[in-house]
Design a binder for this molecule. Structure first.
Ligand SMILES: [Zn+2]
Length: 453
């Protein structure tokens, strides 16, 4: 009897395993089928190692890539501006839509398999806004991105240098020959690169100072234009005089933020950079963004410069934009996404789209304070006029990268308005003064987006 019972249990266990395995297979078949079909061994779906079925459009239905005719948008500037969102002919841009969304483009149905013609995948970007951002960059290297922090939709995403995808072959040859015009051209700088942040990092130092040092009420500092430390000096472009925390942020005073960094210490600054999401990777739509870095040092001069966004600090533009969204949302926002919708050849929705949420470790109150300070930066310093009626909260950065080249120009922030819930990042490599170069690009793109509504 005992023996029989043992065997019964064994059979029962075996049946359970079988049922579980079958269930898992069915689940995977329905959820991952598109990706299996997109497997490269299905060579009839590919040309040049890239899928040629289905199509990619922008959020308004403007065709950016049509697999059936293997053709791109008609307008050259739109093709060039949307290159990193769409991808090139050889799949060298691994974060392009043609690679990321090939599973959706293949029009896989769990019952009927792969359809004759593929699905239409709509990206969240607005191609016309991308074109405007590309033109505003005016041939300079860098990135411009804007997303809706309530829905997560990335409306604008441009990376430069770029090229017309119809020139994919010539560019591949030029890249292999080391042509400097195409330096890291296959990288989407927004998603896959990191840069010295310079003064935009003062937002992190300010958050730490508000929470740890009660600096909003108690901090006062007199800037004489430089601050002597044991191993060197911190400098400002000019003497800023008497400042509180709001004034130090508005004038972007290096000496004041160097002083705050010394009071906070490297460990705490690193924790606040971590809580801001700047030291981790964001994952969405199959993309993993590049990770920023902050190094703790025991040298006073390096610590002071690290609080000013220099030293060895690095940030990824996408993580920075998500931080701006999270400050606007007082600690929590939608995570970015590039997928607007998938439509089958018969016109029916073919996938569920939506974004996850993205939260940071700073308190609601700290975010509210930062909003107020960043709003003050615009009204008191950068100038509201360029943004029309949009209540923009922002911080500029002018990041020194070498003594022989112009600094990187940054402008990051958000519109604090439920009607226009946009967060943005603009970074121009060697673009010079942040608020001037990058700020004017942000103003053009934000006002254009507001006009499209
Ligand atoms: Zn100063």
């Amino acid at each position: 009897m005992k023996k029989l019972q043992g065997r019964t249990w064994f059979v029962l266990l075996f049946i359970l395993l079988l049922l579980g395995g079958t269930g898992f297979l069915m689940y995977s078949y329905v959820t991952e089928g598109g990706e299996w079909v997109a497997f490269k061994a299905n060579s009839h779906l590919y040309s040049n190692g890239q899928m040629t079925t289905g199509s990619l459009t922008d959020r308004n239905g403007l065709v950016l890539y049509d697999g059936e005719t293997d053709s791109y948008a008609q307008d050259e500037d739109i093709r060039t501006a949307c290159l990193h969102a769409v991808g090139d002919e050889y799949g060298n841009i691994v974060t392009g839509g043609r690679v990321l969304f090939r599973g959706y483009m293949a029009a896989f149905h769990p019952l009927t398999g792969v359809g004759e013609s593929g699905n239409t995948v709509a990206l969240t970007i607005d191609a016309k806004i991308n074109e405007l951002a590309y033109q505003a960059l005016d041939g300079q290297r860098g990135t411009v991105a804007v997303y809706n922090y309530e829905t997560g939709e990335i409306l604008c995403m441009v990376s430069s240098p770029t090229f017309d995808p119809y020139d994919s072959e010539e560019v591949l040859i030029a890249v292999n020959e080391g042509d400097e015009r195409y330096d890291s051209v296959y990288l989407n700088r927004f998603l896959s690169s990191t840069f010295t942040p310079g003064s935009i990092f003062k937002i992190v130092t300010a958050a730490a100072a508000i929470e740890e040092l009660d600096a909003l009420d108690s901090f006062s500092f007199t800037c004489t234009g430089s601050m002597e430390l044991d191993d060197g000096e911190i400098t400002c472009p000019s003497a800023h005089g008497d400042l509180d925390l709001a004034g130090a942020l508005e004038h972007s005073c290096n000496c004041a933020f160097g002083q705050l960094a010394l009071e906070l210490g490297g460990q705490r600054l690193m924790r606040y950079a971590q809580e801001a999401g700047l030291l981790s990777q964001l994952t969405f739509d199959g993309v993993t963004s590049a990770r920023g870095s902050y190094s703790v040092t025991d040298k006073d001069l390096d610590l002071a410069w690290s609080g000013v966004g220099q030293y060895t600090n690095l940030v990824n533009p996408c993580s920075m934009m998500a931080l701006m969204g999270a400050i606007a949302g007082e600690g929590k926002a939608a995570a970015p996404t590039l997928l607007h919708g998938v439509t089958s050849p018969s016109g029916l929705p073919a996938a569920i789209v939506g974004s996850d949420s993205h939260s940071i470790g700073w308190s609601e109150e700290t975010c509210q304070t930062l909003k107020r300070l960043m709003r003050g930066n615009v009204t008191g310093h950068y100038g509201q006029q360029q943004f029309g009626d949009l209540p923009v909260c922002a911080k500029s950065g002018t990041a020194e990268v070498s003594s022989s080249e112009q600094p990187h120009a940054w402008f990051v922030g958000f519109v604090d308005d439920p009607e226009h819930p946009y967060a943005f990042v603009v970074m121009v490599e060697h673009g010079g003064w942040g608020s001037k170069t990058a700020g004017s690009i942000a103003a053009k793109v934000l006002t254009a987006i507001a006009e499209t509504e």
